[in-house]
Design a protein around this ligand. Structure first.
Ligand code: GLA
Ligand code: ZN
Length: 715
């Protein structure tokens, strides 16, 4: 039998492609010089031997290999089989599954099973369940119902991870780990139990040092909440009135920390016992996330996340019950998830679960259109993915996800996506490793700040004001420029970018204000909108006129801030931004220019004639304040005009519904054209290119079939 232990896997002896340019400190060490520290190209499938009769494993492994997949992820929910009773472990079955796969040269990513504790555990330790935001304990029977703080649950999770790690540290075929599964999924993303309360109090002790400091920072004198002992501090459960905003924001931060530190415990064990394996986790795509993904992935080897565009569309549609959700929005939201994942480490990422068919639990989304799964795969690659695993190999005939369709149907026949995914895997292998690890140049940044997101969830000011929605709309508007965008944390150095977009900077710290000031001073273009600097990072309102700490940079004073319900607020643009009048949706900041120039004016209502959009020259740069909540078309026009004026290059001019991205390595460039529509599209290109997928030369124009993809390289 040909061995594919990790080293050989990395050495490229099997159907994987060496990937040279990534630096993953721990496992690169093991990859030795002969392999020039390559990582595998991960093109695989999520597989459930635990849910499949053992008599079928051979056939599955053979078919998976024949399909062209290089890896599977397995075992992430199989705790009950691995530890049938406390302290009694049985990994024999999993060992046989790994061996069966290994015989077919399929590498294995093992999942630690802590997202689904077995019934013996919850029967013996009922205190480990999560308590939801209404104070009600969750019940066993589903998954993701456990507390991230509870010491017993941490100990038991660590024990099973430790036993698994010891068992499989040197097992041929095993290459890496996924810790837990989708930390933020679940009906109640945060826990409010007494263990979390105690954990929160400890966390506050170390954050604030003294109660005086904490009482002052939160303003606990309001409603008689001054604490005289840390043990009195509550968690934000229903209390006859809203919680203190500072406490509530800190509680979000604590819950994020609790989940990340829970992951870190398992990570430490895996690092110690399996130094040659990579370690990651999967999460739902940003920014729809309750945990700060940047801290969750801080010490993992690469970012991996789960991508279900068709399912997402169904969810949005179910929520709105209105007209079909526009595919523009889905594709922007999906692209934003990819850009966020890449930007966390500034390195290629992996899709751990890619939608492969009909998807859902009680209800399900339809079979993706022909070509769409392939196009989603390329969309991930186009934004910086180095590998994609599809969810899932076969379709479960029992359990809560009988409707979540895989590559095989319930009767094990080929699903409608079977041939398409097989073809895609073949193409990606032929495309080669260089493009999959190439970098993704971006001159534009969009700030995503979890603190602003969480603080706005606590006090949106307007029920329709959502940070995630604002960021997604801004992303969609900017992305229509078809130039690279990094999604950055507020603490990121801005100097690398020509233009920085930052919607709803509701919380503004002094450090962040200083970064914005120096960015603009040195020639950057900073574009932001309403609610700028309304609060500081402790969630106290600004004590200086808005926009508070950056009033000089923006060159305006906010005279009033207006949530809009029924009355509409029209906006007229000056010649610089010439275009049809707009309507401000849910918000209007009324601006009084100090040194800034007015680029847009309110036209109706009490604020008619007042400034709605301003631009200030500050140092060598410019700072733009968009006080109005512009409709999508106006927002797109306005944001794109600022990108153009900042000198951001548009990759290509393409029809609506076609997406363009560029990856590059040295002097090489790959231009991805993705057709998100169901009709043929034509794109004009500047000179002779080759489509690396079809091998066809392309001269002046390229045609894209419905959901078609081209990967062009200049020839
Ligand atoms: C998630 C989970 C999987 C599975 C799929 C489909 O992303 O990680 O376990 O539930 O979605 O529901
Ligand atoms: Zn808890």
């Amino acid at each position: 039998m040909r061995s594919i232990n990790r080293r050989e896997f990395l050495g490229g002896t099997v159907a994987v492609l060496g990937v040279a340019s990534l630096r993953h400190p721990i496992w690169a060490l093991a990859a030795n010089s002969a392999a020039a520290s390559p990582n595998p190209l991960l093109l695989g499938v999520d597989y459930y031997p635990d849910q499949t009769p053992e008599a079928l494993w051979d056939e599955d492994a053979r078919m998976i290999a024949e399909f062209g997949f290089t890896n599977v992820r397995i075992a992430e929910f199989a705790w009950a089989l691995m530890e049938p009773s406390e302290g009694k472990f049985d990994f024999a079955w999993l060992g046989r599954a790994v061996q069966t796969l290994h015989k077919q040269n399929i590498a294995v990513i093992l999942g630690t099973p802590s997202a689904a504790p077995p019934p013996w555990l919850t029967a013996k330790y009922p205190e480990i369940v999560e308590v939801n935001a209404q104070g009600a304990p969750l019940h066993p029977g589903g998954r993701r119902f456990t507390c991230p703080t509870n010491k017993t649950y941490r100990r038991l999770s660590l024990t099973i991870a430790d036993e698994m790690a010891r068992t499989f540290a040197d097992t041929p075929g095993v290459i890496g780990w996924q810790i837990d599964n989708e930390f933020t999924l679940g009906s109640s993303p945060r826990c409010y139990c007494s263990h979390c309360q105690a954990g929160f109090q400890d966390w506050l002790r170390s954050k604030y040092g003294s109660l005086d400091n904490l009482n002052r920072t939160w303003g606990t004198v309001f409603w008689s909440q001054s604490y005289s002992d840390f043990s009195q501090i509550p968690v934000p459960l229903p209390s006859g009135g809203d919680p203190n905003p500072g406490l509530a924001l800190d509680y979000n931060r604590y819950q994020s920390y609790a989940n990340a530190s829970y992951l870190e415990e398992q990570l430490a064990v895996l690092r110690k016992i399996c130094p040659r394996h990579f370690v990651t986790t999967n999460n739902i795509g940003a920014p729809y996330d309750m945990i700060d993904m940047r801290s969750l992935y801080a010490n993992l080897d690469f970012v991996a996340f789960d991508n279900y565009p068709g399912f997402f569309e169904m969810l949005l549609h179910e929520q709105s019950r209105s007209a079909p959700v526009s595919w523009d929005y889905i594709y922007a939201a999906t692209a934003l998830g990819h850009d966020f994942a890449r930007s966390i480490h500034g390195k290629p990422f992996m899709i751990m679960e890619e939608q492969s068919g009909k998807a859902g639990q009680r209800t399900f989304s339809p079979q993706p259109e022909k070509g769409q799964v392939r196009m989603w795969t390329y969309q991930a690659i186009a934004h910086g993915a180095m590998g994609v695993n599809y969810f899932r190999w076969d379709t479960a005939t029992f359990g809560a996800e009988e409707y979540w369709h895989g590559i095989l149907n319930h009767d094990r026949s080929k699903s409608p996506s079977f041939d398409e995914i097989k073809q895609t895997v073949k193409e990606l292998k032929a495309l080669g490793p260089e493009v999959l690890t190439a970098s993704y140049p971006a001159e534009t940044a969009l700030i995503f700040d979890y603190d602003c997101d969480w603080a706005l969830q606590i006090q949106p000011g307007h029920s329709a004001l959502s940070y995630a929605t604002q960021v997604t709309s801004w992303y969609g508007a900017i992305a229509s420029n078809h130039s690279g965008i990094d999604i950055i944390a507020p603490g990121t150095d801005l100097a690398a970018y020509k233009i920085v977009f930052a919607p709803v900077v509701y919380l503004l710290s002094e450090a962040q204000a200083a970064r914005i000031r120096s960015f603009v001073q040195n020639g950057g273009v900073f574009v932001t909108n309403f609610r700028l600097g309304a609060k500081n990072e402790t969630s106290q309102m600004s004590r200086t006129p808005l926009p508070g700490l950056v009033r000089d940079v923006m060159g305006v004073t906010v005279e009033d801030y207006v949530p809009i319900y029924s009355a509409k607020q029209g906006v007229k643009f000056s010649s610089t931004l010439a275009g049809a009048d707009a309507e401000s949706g849910i918000w209007a900041d009324i601006l009084q220019p100090v040194t800034a120039k007015v680029l847009g004016t309110y036209t109706s209502g009490a604020h008619a004639g007042r400034a709605a959009i301003t631009m200030n020259t500050f140092g060598k740069g410019r700072a733009v304040y968009i006080g109005a909540d512009l409709d999508p078309a106006s927002l797109t026009r306005v944001l794109r005009s600022f990108a153009a004026s900042a000198g951001v290059k548009q990759a290509l001019d393409v029809p609506a519904g076609v997406e363009v991205t560029v990856r590059s390595s040295g002097s090489k460039q790959w231009t991805f054209l993705l057709n998100h529509t169901d009709t043929v599209q034509t794109v004009n290109i500047p000179g002779p290119h080759t489509d690396l997928l079809s091998g066809e030369p392309q001269t002046r124009s390229v045609s894209l079939s419905a959901y078609g993809v081209r990967v062009l390289q200049a020839s």
